[in-house]
Design a protein around this ligand. Structure first.
Ligand SMILES: *[C@@H]1O[C@H](CO)[C@@H](O)[C@H](O)[C@H]1NC(C)=O
Ligand SMILES: *[C@@H]1O[C@H](CO)[C@@H](O)[C@H](O)[C@H]1NC(C)=O
Ligand SMILES: *[C@@H]1O[C@H](CO)[C@@H](O)[C@H](O)[C@H]1NC(C)=O
Ligand SMILES: *[C@@H]1O[C@H](CO)[C@@H](O)[C@H](O)[C@H]1NC(C)=O
Ligand SMILES: *[C@@H]1O[C@H](CO)[C@@H](O)[C@H](O)[C@H]1NC(C)=O
Ligand SMILES: *[C@@H]1O[C@H](CO)[C@@H](O)[C@H](O)[C@H]1NC(C)=O
Ligand SMILES: *[C@@H]1O[C@H](CO)[C@@H](O)[C@H](O)[C@H]1NC(C)=O
Ligand SMILES: *[C@@H]1O[C@H](CO)[C@@H](O)[C@H](O)[C@H]1NC(C)=O
Ligand SMILES: *[C@@H]1O[C@H](CO)[C@@H](O)[C@H](O)[C@H]1NC(C)=O
Length: 840
């Protein structure tokens, strides 16, 4: 959302470069459109894809680019805050020329390659116009002004002021880690649930103690945001209770608030005009959410995650597949630990009421049961087939939590085992003998092949198939990445079902090799490269092994498919941990910072081929089970041409981490990574994004000022509790500020960074960073760029001149002066711009 304006701007720029003839722009409509209207992103590219604006210009309706910037969603968007309040085709994005059609019959629809992805199904209902109202409601009206269809009745993940949420409607969050959340009115209560196979509620207005009751009793039938409160009504419109989410001072009747069901399971309230987020959120206790921590971990005090004591020996990853379809899998229940609780217990009715043993046996005899919770107080026995994170019940909730563990840990009774044991032995012996035979045979064959190949070396005509087979074998032998067939990877990832994330180069999927090793498979997109070059690069990437670099295990290059297979990193990427609701203590953060620096230092200085990463950001720092940091995606920038990678990097919304030289000139070096690293380091410390569009303050500049004023503590993530005197805080901030110097020559090398962080090298006070820093100038509301359609128009000049301003600055120059915009520059020239030289 925030990258929107800039993305549009860049797309516009590229479209103009490459497709000047196809760009037929059309005029944006105000208030309403009539039947017979058609639009596509391409046609409205001059209007950033928006083709209808409300009378007040507060809201717009049109196409909005997704994070990959090549696909689009049809949305109603609040213009000044770029907040999407409704979308038509969430989950089925369309292309740049796919068409929205409001046909003569009054039926509105969106098609992708001739297939309908969304429609209002309102043909022959007398629809005479489509209006975008000042409230943000998209409405189809008939001749009498009656509402035939409205977007307010089909909410996505956002509710806005005065929008009635009525029984029967459902608000659903975007999917996160294969899980989404939903809000519904059920059983006369407003209920928030995790959409597991069997949904598990985790909040309801009825149980929230923060609500204010207006009328006792009464069945909740609808909920509406009015002013600063969320009000519940019964079917006759009687006001029952309200949840006041913001102070009166923050809200008045004309303020537009939205409630967003976020993909982390929280409902948060934002004021669109003032761009404020309310302090109160739902649920109030951040541990009582399924995704507070990864499944099976315990959430403490709302901010730390721990493996419960009973599950440490299985690394908190009990074998979780259900045993229903597998006969004779032995399983046991192990106690997860003391003083645990689970959010859903408050909301779901127990499976039975019994004693602990009865509860255990009902779980053991039920193949779908993977987790069992027994309440000692009242004998309630709960069985679950899937769970999120546990909660720490501080005062001892007196709940027994058991987790089913299948396979070897099982303590199956001895007598059954004896006879099995001997058959097992026989099987094992047979297996060993057979595999040994195969290995020997294999080696012989390999030897013969190798010999042949050596002979063939002199033979100029090579059979391509033979060559690739030999490559495979060579790769296997030397510890080089293994070649997989596309089919292998399709199987390993279950036909690419579990998506872990969307990186700049393509999507990443979770998979498992036949031997059970978890892998992450990256499907590269948009590479225009031959197999040979691809393999050459892969062999370079694959030859790089370092403790702090994600290991490439294999690849696939088959017809148009290009895939990379990496080791799987259990704790995902760093952004989840520093910006999300999870929590990392200072110690861990610091070691992640050092680990990342070491990985980069290795790429820059110790490899045979120096590798500039080009895309350092929290998303590319992955964490393993033990929170060891590993840098991922290195070497991939080389797979693209420079222009491709430039555009991709820029478009991907990585701009907060890009060094100024990316745009001012083209001499990218490892110092550009140092800059990005510095940005990431600041974020690790502060737990917040350096660039937030709603903020006028440029965080690095603020950090610099706080540093100067000796108030480093202000920069720390509030959640971190460190001793005031921990010198490493100052070290980390200083190092970060050195890294993000605009002058690349003043930035330290990564090796130096590691030494400084480890305390082996002193860190002098860094020069002050000004508010006019390079990217602060880039970070403007989209409207300032979004309208720039021609590369040479005035906006782009202003924008470029700002870039230059940040250049010349010396260590003593705390007051950088602005240079007047020059008129001789335009965008296409920026690639040829001369490098800026700095005084040192
Ligand atoms: C509306 O248009 C879509 C797409 O053309 C179509 O699939 C749908 O059947 C139409 N609805 C009605 C009621 O005609
Ligand atoms: C927009 O303004 C015009 C003129 O004031 C008015 O007739 C029309 O109803 C308004 N449209 C909407 C959707 O509010
Ligand atoms: C997660 O994905 C798997 C298959 O990829 C699916 O079987 C399962 O139901 C999904 N879980 C949820 C909670 O959606
Ligand atoms: C709503 O009003 C109708 C008619 O006045 C009444 O019969 C019904 O009980 C009311 N419902 C509630 C929930 O108060
Ligand atoms: C009410 O809020 C809106 C938007 O936040 C603001 O523009 C307006 O000035 C406020 N009015 C009063 C009376 O505070
Ligand atoms: C909500 O409705 C009330 C009453 O009709 C109106 O005064 C207020 O301006 C509306 N708020 C918004 C944000 O549309
Ligand atoms: C078990 O078998 C049933 C029916 O044969 C099938 O629908 C289900 O997906 C299978 N479950 C697993 C975990 O394999
Ligand atoms: C088996 O366990 C599941 C939860 O995993 C539960 O929903 C179901 O009711 C149980 N079946 C029986 C027969 O107890
Ligand atoms: C569980 O809670 C009880 C009561 O507060 C406490 O005495 C005990 O030490 C706790 N156990 C653990 C493992 O924290």
């Amino acid at each position: 959302m925030r990258t929107w304006g800039f993305s549009c701007f860049v797309i516009t720029f590229w479209i103009f470069l490459f497709l000047p003839q196809t760009c037929i722009s059309s005029v944006r409509q105000n208030g309403k459109v009539s039947p017979g209207f058609e639009a596509s992103q391409m046609r409205y590219i001059d209007n950033s894809g928006l083709f209808l604006v409300s009378n007040s210009s507060n809201f717009g309706f049109g196409f909005n680019p997704n994070s990959d910037v090549t696909s689009f969603t049809l949305v109603v968007i609040h213009m000044t805050s770029s907040t999407i309040i409704w979308s038509a085709n969430r989950g089925s994005p369309v292309g740049i020329s796919d068409t929205f059609l409001f046909d003569d019959d009054g039926n509105a629809s969106l098609q992708k390659n001739g297939k309908v992805v969304w429609s209002t199904n309102t043909a022959k209902n007398g629809v005479s116009a489509m209006e975008l109202r000042d409230s943000g409601n998209l409405v189809l009206v008939n001749n009498d002004g009656g509402v035939v269809w409205q977007s307010f009745s089909h909410p996505t993940n956002t509710l806005t002021s005065n929008q009635s949420f009525i029984k029967g409607m459902k608000l659903v969050s975007n999917v996160n880690n294969n899980l989404s959340f939903s809000l519904e009115i059920e059983n006369n209560d407003l209920i928030l649930s995790a959409e597991f196979k069997n949904p598990q509620p985790y909040w309801s207005i009825g149980k929230d103690k923060r609500k204010i009751i207006n009328k006792n009793g009464g069945d909740t039938n609808s909920a509406t945001i009015e002013g600063n409160s969320w009000r519940m009504y019964d079917e006759n419109g009687t006001f029952l209770s309200q949840f006041v989410f913001a102070d009166d001072s923050d809200a008045n009747d004309s303020a537009t608030w939205v409630a967003v069901l976020q993909d982390n399971g929280f409902i948060q309230f934002h004021n669109l005009q003032a761009q404020i987020t309310a302090n109160l959120k739902i649920p109030g206790d951040s541990c009582s959410r399924p995704l507070a921590c990864p499944s099976y971990l315990v959430c403490n005090d709302g901010n730390t995650c721990q493996c419960p004591s009973g599950l440490t020996q299985v690394n908190c990853k009990p074998k979780i597949e259900s045993s229903c379809n597998k006969s004779r899998i032995s399983s046991t229940l192990v106690s997860a630990g003391e003083n645990l609780s689970y959010f859903a217990l408050e909301f779901v009715s127990p499976d039975s009421n019994t004693d602990l043993d009865g509860c255990k046996s009902s779980c053991l005899n039920n193949c779908t049961c993977l987790v069992m919770l027994f309440d000692n107080k009242n004998g309630n026995c709960h069985l679950f087939d899937q769970i999120g994170s546990f909660e720490d019940a501080k005062n001892g909730a007196n709940i027994e939590a058991y987790v089913k563990i299948s396979g070897t840990q099982s303590a199956v009774s001895q007598d059954q085992n004896d006879s099995k044991q001997s058959t097992k032995m026989v099987i094992i012996v047979v297996v060993i003998v057979t595999s040994a035979t195969f290995v020997i045979l294999g080696l012989v064959i390999i030897g013969i092949r190798y010999h042949k190949k050596q002979k063939k070396r002199n033979n100029p005509i090579e059979d391509p198939d033979e060559v690739s087979e030999e490559d495979t074998f060579l790769e296997n032998i030397s510890g080089m990445p293994v070649r997989f067939t596309y089919r292998d990877l399709q199987e390993a990832t279950n036909d690419f079902t579990t998506k872990l994330g969307q990186g700049g180069f393509g999507s990443v999927y979770k998979g498992a090799l036949k031997d059970g090793t978890s892998i992450a498979v990256k499907r590269l997109e948009g590479l225009g490269q031959g197999k040979k070059e691809f393999r050459a690069e892969v062999s370079i990437i694959g030859s790089i092994h370092h403790h702090h670099l994600v290991k490439l295990k294999g690849f696939c290059a088959e017809s148009k498919h290009r895939l990379l297979v990496y080791e799987y990193m259990a704790n995902g990427s760093l952004d989840r941990w520093i910006f999300g609701e999870f929590f990392l203590d200072f110690e861990t953060r610091y070691s992640i910072a050092i680990g990342t620096a070491k990985g980069l230092a290795y790429l820059h200085e110790d490899c045979d081929v120096k590798i500039v990463h080009c895309d350092i950001k929290p998303e590319n720092v992955l964490l393993d089970d033990n929170f060891l940091a590993k840098v991922s995606d290195f070497g991939l920038a080389k797979l693209m041409t420079r222009e491709q990678s430039y555009v991709f990097t820029t478009l991907r919304g990585t701009r907060g981490y890009l060094a100024p030289e990316w745009i001012t000139n083209y001499s990218i070096s490892e110092k550009s990574d140092v800059y990005s690293y510095g940005m990431v380091l600041l974020e690790i410390i502060s737990g917040r994004k350096n660039y937030i569009s709603s903020e006028t303050m440029h965080f690095p500049a603020y950090a610099s000022r706080m540093m100067e004023e000796g108030k480093v503590g202000e920069l720390l993530d509030e959640k971190i509790k460190v001793y005031e005197k921990d010198e490493r805080v100052v070290v980390a901030v200083r190092v970060a500020l050195w890294c993000i110097q605009d002058d690349m020559n003043s930035r330290p090398s990564m090796t130096k960074v590691v030494r400084m962080l480890e305390g082996l090298s002193p860190v002098p006070p860094p020069p002050v960073i000004g508010q006019t820093g390079f990217f602060s100038s880039l970070y403007k509301p989209f409207s300032e760029f979004g309208t720039s359609s021609r590369p040479s128009d005035g906006n782009s000049d202003a924008y470029l001149s700002d870039l230059r301003v940040s250049g010349p600055r010396s260590h003593t120059d705390t007051n950088p002066t602005r240079i007047r915009p020059s008129t001789d520059t335009n965008l296409p020239k920026r690639s040829t711009r001369k490098p800026i030289r700095f005084r040192d």
